[in-house]
Design a protein around this ligand. Structure first.
Ligand code: NAP
Ligand code: F7E
Length: 329
């Protein structure tokens, strides 16, 4: 019998790649999307999977919508990817972010505990939880303390703890994937990688003449979403529930990201880039660099993309889509 997977946040960057990966591995894939006033926009990243997956309306904040689906589907694996995932936006809408991410996850855990205890559950935890903490050797890993620097990071610490609590108290197979930044052509265009690539391509095509950014000095460990969804699936098929860091172990500043992209496009970035308070954060997470030795050793995970091959793929994608309102993924 085929395994059944249920994905919250299936229409997001990771959800869409995860759905593809699970289909390739012979799963039946189910997912929920929230109601959106422009239906066509909602499923953009999933259009090519029509007829292969089952999507229904549902919302983490509507526990009855979760109960109805989980009782009906009885999934083997549940991936909780749904979240208000933008850190800068979480300072503008902190109450919504925390309600949505934290109480949303609680609703899902309660549903699984009460109605489907054999469903394994993956929680999309984040390197944003580490905040100000870096180990002495310059890495963050499973043992590193959490000191989040945003409402988003705080909401994810709550979910991380909830996952461990339900694992211990109710014996659920509940795992935390502590994923560092991961990008792709499907990354929302208000995250820094997509924003830089898309705007630089538009500058090259004379459709824009400036790129306005926030902090250029913060460092991020950027991997590819396609590699990271494979890590999620490996964790769910491990012999025991556990928590794993997923990262590349390389870090670059936002300035270095810009240098790579503008050089690739043969543009002088000093002519086009400026900074604005608008894109700064009340508190910045300055440095991320993950040590993913544990998942490499225990589960054999290995990324296929390099930073360069990922950004090159994004440049090629935005080269074809920089002037379109509706994007084909
Ligand atoms: P994303 O593209 O923003 O996708 C998140 C999805 O969740 C969206 O489709 C969103 O739907 C949906 N969603 C939000 N609130 C919901 C709710 N109450 N009920 C149902 N669906 C809801 O994010 P991503 O990059 O794929 O990331 C996936 C998960 O991993 C997120 O939880 C994120 O916080 C976490 N994470 C991401 C990274 C990263 O670098 N990408 C790193 C670590 C952890 P709408 O479109 O309707 O808003
Ligand atoms: O910012 C700086 C910004 O918004 C990266 C989410 O997936 O990863 C992501 O969160 C860096 C920050 O991602 C702009 O200040 C400069 O230092 O692309 P980002 P993020 O905040 O790191 C974590 C792991 C998650 O879990 C989150 O869900 O870039 N930056 N100028 C800018 N960032 C943005 N967005 N826009 C700018 O103009």
């Amino acid at each position: 019998m085929k395994k059944k997977a249920f994905i919250t946040g299936i229409a997001g960057q990771d959800g869409s790649y995860l759905a593809e990966h699970l289909l390739e591995n012979d799963y039946e894939v189910y997912g929920i999307i929230r109601r959106n006033s422009i239906t066509e926009h909602q499923r953009l990243r999933l259009n090519h999977l029509d007829n292969k997956i089952t999507i229904e309306y549902g919302d983490l904040l509507d526990i009855s919508s979760l109960e109805n689906k989980i009782i009906k589907i009885k999934p083997d694996e549940i991936y909780n990817l749904a979240a208000q995932s933008h850190v800068r936006v979480s300072f503008d809408i902190p109450h919504f972010t925390v309600m949505n991410n934290a109480i949303g996850a609680l609703n899902l855990f309660e549903t699984v505990k009460n109605h489907s205890k054999n469903s394994k559950i993956y929680q999309a935890s984040s390197s944003e939880m580490f905040g100000r903490c870096v180990d002495e050797d310059g890495f963050q890993r499973e043992q590193t303390r959490f000191e989040p620097t945003s409402p988003y990071g705080c909401s994810k610490v709550f979910c991380f703890n909830l996952t461990k609590h339900y694992r211990i108290a109710y014996n659920l197979f509940a795992v935390n994937g502590i994923l560092f930044n991961h990008e792709s052509p499907r990354r929302g265009s208000n995250f820094v990688t997509s924003k830089v690539v898309k705007t630089a391509v538009r500058i090259k095509n004379k459709l824009d003449d400036k790129l306005i950014l926030g902090n250029l000095d913060s460092s991020r460990d950027w991997g590819h979403s396609k590699d990271y969804v494979k890590a999620m699936n490996l964790m769910m098929n491990h012999s025991k529930p556990d928590d794993f860091v997923v990262a590349t172990g390389e870090t670059r500043t936002v300035k270095e990201l810009c240098e790579y992209v503008f050089k690739k496009l043969d543009l002088n970035m000093d002519k086009y880039i400026s900074q604005s308070e608008k894109f700064m954060r009340p508190e910045e997470l300055r440095f991320l660099c993950g040590d993913s030795s544990k998942i490499k050793k225990e589960l054999g995970w290995k990324p296929e993309y390099s930073f360069e091959s990922m950004i090159d793929e994004m440049i090629e994608f935005w080269g074809k889509n920089h002037d379109k309102n509706v994007i084909e993924y």
